[in-house]
Design a protein around this ligand. Structure first.
Ligand SMILES: Nc1nc2c(ncn2[C@@H]2O[C@H](COP(=O)(O)OP(=O)(O)OP(=O)(O)O)[C@@H](O)[C@H]2O)c(=O)[nH]1
Ligand SMILES: [Zn+2]
Length: 196
């Protein structure tokens, strides 16, 4: 899926771009150790950026309505993810915590992790990633509220630039009752932060 209107880039072009970067860095892409590198890098990028071929909302379409009147918080903690920052294409490694207050339907819990993955495997800004996950759940499940908290380390800050190791960034997006009702919000944050 290509987001702009230019023609899709084929694999040969993508591999040629990697050879250009190797040359730019001062390497000889034709030396033996680097011969397969463009193929490997393009395969790795396929994996890291597979989110563009997915619509994460689809994971939430299959819901269970027979949940015996369960209408309290559902929280999935510590969903590990890897993403890449859209400014430097450097890894963002972190954990997401996702909660919602269901109305009449719930989803299989793995699907919340799939939504996180679907948005993480794109070029991202942490704030945007956090908001996309929350809005996706709100749009499809129409729960009473949604909360998403993300804690992540940005390698563009740790391995280059200001070189600050051990720094992590926390973002949160609260919607519906998570935004309006202090008790719901605080119960969610207790679930998320509780066992630190
Ligand atoms: N708010 C936010 N900033 C981010 C995120 N990922 C990277 N950044 C920041 O984006 C900014 C880009 O700033 P620029 O000045 O254009 O880039 P730069 O010259 O490489 O900046 P330095 O990283 O400070 O060397 C940097 O401050 C990054 O730390 C993110 O997910 N959210
Ligand atoms: Zn960055």
């Amino acid at each position: 899926m290509s987001a702009d209107s230019s023609p899709p880039v084929d694999r040969a072009e993508a591999e040629a771009a990697i050879r250009t970067l190797l040359r730019w860095a001062g390497e000889d892409p034709s030396r033996e150790g680097l011969l397969d590198t463009p193929r490997r890098v393009v395969d790795a990028y396929r994996d890291w950026f597979s989110g563009y071929a997915e619509d994460p909302a689809e994971y939430l379409r299959r819901t269970f309505e027979e949940v015996a009147g369960y209408d309290e918080l559902i929280v999935l903690r510590d969903i590990e993810f890897e993403s890449h920052c859209e400014h430097h294409m450097a890894p963002i490694i972190g954990r997401a915590h996702v909660g919602y207050l269901p109305t009449d339907k719930v989803v299989g819990i793995s699907k919340l992790a799939r939504v996180v993955e679907g948005f993480a495997r794109r070029f991202q800004v942490q704030e945007k990633l956090t908001a996309q996950i929350a809005h996706c759940i709100e749009d499809v499940l129409k729960p009473r509220g949604v909360g998403v908290v993300i804690e992540a380390a940005h390698q563009c800050m740790t391995t280059r630039g200001v070189h600050k190791t051990g720094v992590s960034m926390t973002t949160s997006q609260m919607l519906g009752s998570f935004r309006d009702d202090a008790r719901t919000r605080s119960e969610f944050l207790q679930f998320v932060m509780g066992r630190r």
